[in-house]
Design a protein around this ligand. Structure first.
Ligand SMILES: Cc1cc2nc3c(=O)[nH]c(=O)nc-3n(C[C@H](O)[C@H](O)[C@H](O)COP(=O)(O)O)c2cc1C
Length: 202
């Protein structure tokens, strides 16, 4: 089975990335996971979570934290440049970066493949495979906007982490699920966790 690459970077809203991993594993998917160096720092300072860097320990950490036994999860270090997913010859269904910091976004936009996330995104663009980027910053400055435009022009799909209001969400979890399912809609996966628009309320 081809895997989906999930990248979590050092931006707020790591909860969305976590839920993305959980949804994929619950649905028996194969997940290749990369956290940027910044993601570990944000997890610690924003959420008091210490995420293990070592891949096997991290995989155990997520399995326990997300309480999911199904699917396949492979974790990678941010600086593992010889990883399978660093090569275009390794086939994937696509890559989702959620949340995507402006730092990572800018480096991908300039072709500056310093860490594994940037290299993997570069590979998805060059191989013409789906690259879904969910940028998290507010307000956006002109450099952010120009980088987003550059990536959209190069073939990335920009899906900001914005929930829908027409579903009348009752919890943050419901809002997160909407964002996550819409991210995977863009990859052609259909996960049945949300209410979809079905015309005005009768
Ligand atoms: C608590 C915290 C929250 C942050 N939130 C954001 C954010 O929402 N968006 C963003 O672009 N940067 C944010 N940053 C800054 C990035 O983490 C920083 O620029 C980092 O170098 C990004 O590294 P990365 O792109 O390798 O993940 C945040 C930093 C901290 C400590």
């Amino acid at each position: 089975m081809k895997s989906i690459v999930i990248a979590i970077t050092g931006a707020s809203a790591m909860q969305i990335g976590e839920r993305a991993i959980q949804v994929l594993l619950e649905n028996y998917q194969s997940v290749n996971l990369i956290l940027s160096k910044g993601a570990y720092e944000v997890a610690k300072s924003e959420r008091s979570i210490n995420i293990p860097v070592e891949p096997n320990a991290q995989s155990d950490f997520w399995r326990k934290r997300l309480d999911v036994k199904s699917g396949k999860l492979t974790c990678f270090r941010w600086n593992d440049h010889s990883a399978s997913i660093a090569s275009g010859s390794y086939k994937t269904k696509g890559m989702v970066i959620v949340p995507c910091s402006m730092g990572t976004l800018g480096r991908i936009a300039s072709g500056f493949s310093l860490d594994l996330i940037e290299r993997c995104a570069d590979v998805h663009l060059k191989e013409n495979r789906p690259l879904i980027i969910s940028p998290r910053e507010s307000p956006l400055n002109l450099i952010h906007i120009e980088n987003i435009k550059r990536l959209a022009t190069a073939g990335a799909l920009i899906v900001p982490p914005i929930p829908a209001w027409y579903t009348n969400p009752q919890s943050i979890e419901e809002m997160i699920d909407f964002i996550v399912v819409r991210l995977f809609d863009s990859l052609g996966e259909d996960f049945n966790y949300i209410k979809r628009w079905d015309g005005p309320i009768k």
